[in-house]
Design a protein. Structure first.
Ligand code: G4P
Ligand code: MN
Length: 179
């Protein structure tokens, strides 16, 4: 079998094991792994991305932030490039939430092109998910707040992938949010 297919299976299996006990915040408690798989799929299917390291980083993008995975573990298993992309899209969970959110806006323009791709697909997935259903405990205002904040992050990611950016623009437009 081709090497890249084997590598992607190894990567998705690693992510599935790491996220095995986590669920999304929707009422149905969708398995969390649906999200990283969906982000990688947006990149390949809608973004036309074929860079294997970007697709691997998409599958792994929430492992360091949300599970016991360390950057060193990713580097040993998947190499320095994949580990670096994941590190670039990982929020510092020791910071207060407001500060974390502010840093995403501030750091977005300085990310590598590979990290920008993962961030665009992550936001596109999460915004579509918000349109699909509201997370348990979220008010309409909180949903709108997320769209506003995501728009500020996406502004700093522009010029990376026009297909993904156009789809994001349309979602913002539907919410009356100006990119
Ligand atoms: N829309 C939606 N999001 C859900 C759901 N379940 C879990 N999430 C995750 O929640 C995060 C957004 O919620 P927030 O309250 O803003 O952030 P927090 O989890 O970091 O505190 C996203 O994290 P992230 O992927 O790390 O991205 P980011 O928002 O930090 O960029 C998203 O993946 C769901 O059912 N719907
Ligand atoms: Mn994510």
């Amino acid at each position: 079998m081709n090497t890249e297919a084997v590598l992607l299976l190894e990567t998705v299996n690693f992510a599935a094991e790491k996220h095995r006990n986590q669920r999304r915040k929707d009422a149905e408690q969708t398995p969390y792994i649906n999200h990283p798989i969906g982000v990688a799929r947006i990149l390949s299917h809608e973004g036309g991305v074929t860079d294997i390291e970007v697709l691997q980083a998409a599958l792994l993008h929430d492992t360091v932030e949300d599970t016991d995975t360390s950057p060193a573990e990713l580097e040993a298993k998947f190499g320095p490039i994949v580990a670096r992309i994941v590190q670039e899209v990982t929020d510092d969970k020791s910071l207060p939430k407001q500060e974390r959110k502010r840093q995403q806006v501030e750091h977005a323009p300085h990310c590598s092109r590979q990290a920008k791709l993962v961030k665009l697909a992550d936001k596109l997935y999460n915004l579509r998910d918000l349109n699909r259903c509201t997370p348990v405990g979220w008010s309409t205002e909180r949903v709108q707040e997320y769209f506003l904040w995501a728009c500020a992050v996406v502004k700093g990611l522009r010029g990376t992938n026009s297909a993904l950016e156009e789809k994001l623009e349309e979602l913002f437009r539907q919410r009356g949010v100006q990119l």
